[in-house]
Ligand binder design. Structure first.
Ligand code: HEM
Length: 514
């Protein structure tokens, strides 16, 4: 049999088997509405290059609870606050695990990381360890100086006068990665701490972006298992190569750390040392950790924790550049609280009400994970009178929910005032309680790094807005700034922000940074 006739035969058998099984297992209640699926590929052609946008358009036509069939997989999409709350609150217990995804499987050392582990003892153990060491109020306060110092390094790098424009995303990424490095490993991962370039940082950012692209792909091999071995979109080949690059990066970190721990008189209180030592003390819930599990843990934290915060800050600065009136108001607020003789600190943030509103508005229009991270239904259930099949993949379109015209006035306009007293949603919060704006998800599987991510985005945005005025590279005028999105698991800017920062504080502030 030739390869093409083998593919055709596989497709034909899959379609017949699937139709038969679907007929036999048809539910009493109807599935939620959705566009008619094509044979075999189902609704994949409906997704296009920007699935979050296409799904938002489909939700406008079919309603906020949408059913799609992608290959052989049932997918339900929540596109309104009330539908999202049905899944993530009312039926939360049924949607606590993640669906299978071959790219995630390969990148995460066979689903060993916190994002992809099924809800259960090992997930609980890793969540507990990371809460205690990284994300508890005490841990966050203990490491406040680290965030401050790395933002100082970032400011120093931006203040360095040069005719070459600065790629903001790259510097923000180094800042967030170094904060995580110092907190988890006890040391920076990139650069010399003076804001100087490090080619490994470019490599790292490109690996993170590529992983987000691969994780965001709707891979036909996952959706029609019979086609898995053909790797028609080349996702698996790219994932394997990427995994090797990440593994080399992580193995070096772990081995170097172990060697340091072995030296006489060395004292290590960081998280990685705890993880390495925990292999000798069986945990009552999750068992011992292997090297691969430790690398999977670090990988998740570095990927989930860097690009999300840095891209949100990049979007925030882009919005401020486009709206000089809003930037001026942010600067006025920070000047009045902080003055112009020092940089902002985290302790100033609670007094910066307008800045907080700017950050919320940025999360609303530019949520870093537009389709959140998928969940899977453990059992069949009924929502709003529709049958949700067992094993259905749940996508929460947080991007569409935050632009829902039934929930937001002029949803496409960047207007921080909507979150201030007298505005339409003065009390709305992004921490998973107000389903109209859930950039971090909600419920038990809500983003574990939420508090750290929020602090980083607030501190970086406040510092950049306070310490600099901004000009776009190439003489682009603010109103011409390209605000197009590039799709992936995380929402990148199609065109990275390229800028000339102009220091605006007293000159001694910048001198003191060197
Ligand atoms: C702007 C910042 C961030 C945003 C918007 C964000 C968003 C999200 C979202 C939407 C989820 C899925 C939640 C769900 O299923 O309901 C998630 C999960 C996760 N995030 Fe974040 N994230 C951010 C920062 C961080 C940081 C700083 C870290 C770690 C250093 C992190 C680590 C994780 C992990 C480990 C999970 C998986 C949690 C689980 O499955 O139990 N995130 N994040």
């Amino acid at each position: 049999m030739t390869p093409s006739s083998l593919i055709l035969a596989t497709i034909a058998i899959s379609v017949i088997l699937y139709s038969l099984l679907s007929y036999l297992a048809r539910p009493a209640r109807p599935l939620p509405p959705g566009p008619k699926p094509w044979p075999l590929v189902g609704n994949l052609p409906h997704l296009g290059p920007m699935p979050h946008q296409s799904m938002a358009a489909l939700a406008r036509a079919y309603g906020p609870l949408l059913h799609l069939r992608l290959g052989l997989v049932d997918v339900v999409v929540a596109s309104s606050a009330s539908v999202a709350s049905q899944f993530l609150k009312t039926h939360e217990a049924n949607f606590l695990s993640r669906p299978p995804h071959s790219a995630a499987k390969h990148l995460s050392y066979n689903y060993q990381d916190l994002v992809s582990l099924p809800y259960g003892p090992r997930w609980r153990m890793l969540r507990k360890i990371s809460s205690i060491h990284l994300f508890s109020g005490k841990a966050l306060d203990d490491y406040r100086h680290v965030r401050h110092e790395e933002v100082v390094v970032l400011t120093h790098a931006l203040a360095h006068v040069s005719s070459t424009p600065k790629k903001l995303a790259q510097l923000l990424n180094v800042c967030t990665a170094n904060v995580l490095g110092r907190v988890m490993l006890g040391k920076r991962v990139f650069g010399d701490g003076n804001g100087g370039g490090d080619p490994r940082a470019d490599e790292f950012k490109s690996m993170v972006v590529e992983s987000m692209e691969l994780l965001g792909v709707f891979n036909i091999s996952d959706l029609v298992p019979a086609l898995q071995r053909f790797d028609l979109q080349g996702v698996m080949a790219k994932t394997k190569t990427l995994h090797k690059r990440f593994d080399a990066f992580l193995t070096a970190i772990v081995e170097e750390h172990k060697a340091g721990m072995g030296k006489a008189g060395s004292k290590h209180n960081d998280l990685l040392s705890t993880l390495i030592s925990s292999r000798d003390i069986a945990d009552e819930e999750g068992g011992k950790l292997t090297d691969d599990q430790i690398k999977a843990f670090l990988l998740t934290m570095f990927t989930a924790g860097t690009d999300t915060s840095s891209s949100t800050t990049e979007w925030a600065i882009a919005e401020l550049i486009r709206r000089p009136d809003i930037l001026a108001r942010v600067q006025e607020e920070i000047d009045s609280v902080v003055g112009r003789d020092r940089l902002v600190t985290e302790l100033d943030l609670p007094r910066l009400t307008y800045l907080q509103a700017v950050i919320k508005e940025t999360f609303r229009l530019h949520p870093p994970t537009p389709l959140s991270i998928p969940r899977v239904g453990a059992e069949g259930c009924e929502i709003n009178g529709y049958h949700i099949p067992k094993g259905a993949k749940l996508l929460v379109n947080v991007w569409a929910i935050a632009r829902d015209p039934d929930a937001w006035a002029e949803p496409l306009v960047f207007r921080p005032e909507r979150f201030l007293p007298g505005g339409e949603k003065p009390n709305a919060d992004v921490r998973g309680n107000d389903f109209e704006i859930i950039p971090f998800g909600a419920g038990r599987r809500i983003c574990i790094g939420m508090s750290m991510g929020l602090r980083m985005v607030q501190l970086m945005t406040a510092t950049l807005a306070h310490a600099f005025d901004w000009e776009l590279a190439g003489g682009v005028s603010p109103e011409k700034l390209n605000m197009d999105e590039a799709y992936g698991l995380t929402l990148q800017r199609a065109e990275p922000l390229s800028v000339h920062p102009k220091p605006r504080l007293a000159s001694h502030v910048y001198k003191a940074l060197s």
